[in-house]
Design a protein around this ligand. Structure first.
Ligand code: AKG
Length: 221
């Protein structure tokens, strides 16, 4: 049933203020705090870690020769991947050669609720942050139609998310993301540079084995 995962817990004043502040950052940036309740967070984190048995996490090389500190895998008909030759979407896991597992229905339900009218996502990048992993400022620009929003679900440890504007040089603002929060980058925010500066290790027990999972739904093709 649509909406069954909506958390009923009221936001604290501080979290409400953070949300209002965050939404002033840039047009099209939406923060939905506690969009998933605790039970839904735990169920989804378990499900994703189970699916990752078949599509193992790995830290890919990026052009220039370095490796991402974040470990990634994917769900859906396509997922984003990287190697020395560049960034792209593929239909199969680069190490196993098998198709990516399907996107769980709870994520598709979130997409329909929080990105209404957008074409269905065909890719879900799964980022696992452990051992001090971070994500540098970047734009999501490997998708065909850059007007379709990106929806990003946080599970597990708290993270400091930074977002600026369409140029790397634009001023940035930071907002803390907690387990169950969902961010939508649409409109002008779709091309905003963003990244994760810090994850607070041990601040949540939602992810089996610890750390933070970020699930990013995209329409790649
Ligand atoms: O982990 C996050 O919250 C952001 C992830 C991200 O920026 C990405 O996958 O492109």
């Amino acid at each position: 049933m649509r909406g069954q995962y909506l958390a009923s817990r009221p936001l604290s004043l501080a979290r409400f203020a953070a949300r209002v502040d965050a939404e002033r950052l840039i047009d099209g940036f939406q923060l939905h705090p506690c969009a998933l309740d605790r039970l839904a967070q735990e169920a989804l984190a378990r499900q994703v870690m189970d699916l990752a048995q078949d599509a193992p996490f790995h830290s890919p090389e990026v052009p220039g020769g370095r490796r991402m500190s974040v470990a990634i895998t994917g769900l859906g008909p396509l997922s984003w991947t990287s190697d020395a030759a560049g960034y792209r979407y593929t239909a199969t896991h680069p190490l196993t050669g098998r198709p990516w597992p399907a996107i769980p229905p709870v994520l598709l339900d979130l997409w329909r609720r929080l990105a209404p009218g957008a074409p269905e996502p065909d890719a879900c990048l799964v980022n696992l942050y452990r051992d001090g992993a971070r994500m540098g400022l970047h734009q999501d620009r490997n998708e065909q139609d850059l007007s379709v929003p990106v929806l990003s679900v946080s599970l597990g440890d708290k993270a400091l998310f930074r977002i600026g504007g369409p140029s790397r040089k634009d001023a940035t603002r930071s907002v803390w993301l907690s387990s169950g929060d969902v961010v939508v980058l649409g409109g002008p925010a779709r091309m905003a540079f963003h990244g994760v500066d810090r994850v607070v290790a041990g601040s949540s027990t939602v992810v089996p084995g610890g750390g933070r999972l970020n699930l990013t739904l995209r329409r790649a093709r």
